[in-house]
Write a protein that binds this ligand. Sequence first.
Ligand code: WQD
Length: 326
Amino acid sequence: MKRTLITGGAGYIGSITTRLIRSTGRGVVVLDTLENGHRKAVGDAPFVQGDIADTDLVEKVCREHNVDEVIHFAAYKAVGESMENPTKYFQNNVTGSQRLFDALTRAGVNRVVFSSTAAVYGTPERVPVRETDVLNCESVYAETKLMIERTLGWYSKTTDMRSVVLRYFNAAGATEDSQLGEDWRHSQNLIPHVMKALLGYAPSLKVFGNDFPTPDGTGVRDYIHVEDLAQAHVAALDHLARGGNSITCNVGTGFGTSVMQIIEATERVTGKKVPYEVVERRAGDPAECYADASLIEKTFSWSPSKSLDDIIRTAYNWHSSHPQGH
Ligand code: WQD
């Protein structure tokens, strides 16, 4: 059986994508250091504990497990930390990915799906933002993702490697059965913080500014359900398996939602109050960022199937049943 190598498959988006891919009948092998991921999230999928930078290990895993395609999730992803410790991010994300691609090349694996981020646009010049718009990284984290995108671009030009780069907007929510979700101990993102305040694990949600030039003054983002995001990876693998060309796509809903709208939706869906206070803006936060998702919709016939209420409901069910984070 041919297998998909999934780096970072014990993490939030990685584990949910791994489960979805297995449900389609494909074989997988997960590679994860377990520094931030959880062994439990991999379930009974074939698993190797190790680093993407270990070229000998990656080459051996590819050969032994008959790997013919890869989804590369493994990375550090905390924006704030990347500004305090850039070396950690350049080394792990950029150097690690380059070593991974070297090992893949040696093992003859030439189809790669890569998790990138809408953070490569920084403060977009216009919304909805398109793939061809100006790239303006405002953090080391974003820069590392863009450097990996560009590295893949050069591998595509100079070798037989083909890649799909997926620029995620704001991944959120959990699986419908509450088996897999985000570890809120490792997250700086809005929805886990809303849930912490709602469930009494934090005194209140801090709303980072209500004086942005947006309809209600709070920041606007494009929240995409993690199971829809996982489905986009399956579509990307299918595209490459069909012989499709290298491509870079936004993965979002195309709709913007403000922080206040998230609070209101949470109160409506759960029937509980979200304690919150408005504080200073967070450094580097754009007012608005949401996707033009027409390229992925057209190229992969993919479109999101879940609503904002589904995101809130599944996140609430997951966090209330997994307060320890995993
Ligand atoms: C969303 C909105 C905040 C927390 C970042 C990275 C991106 C990706 C996802 C990836 C903003 C507001 C948030 C809080 C708040 N990371 N907010 N109180 O900043 O769009 O994207 O995370 O791996 O690359 O840049 O997401 O969830 O942090 O913020 O008011 O406690 O919620 O100001 O408007 P962001 P976010």
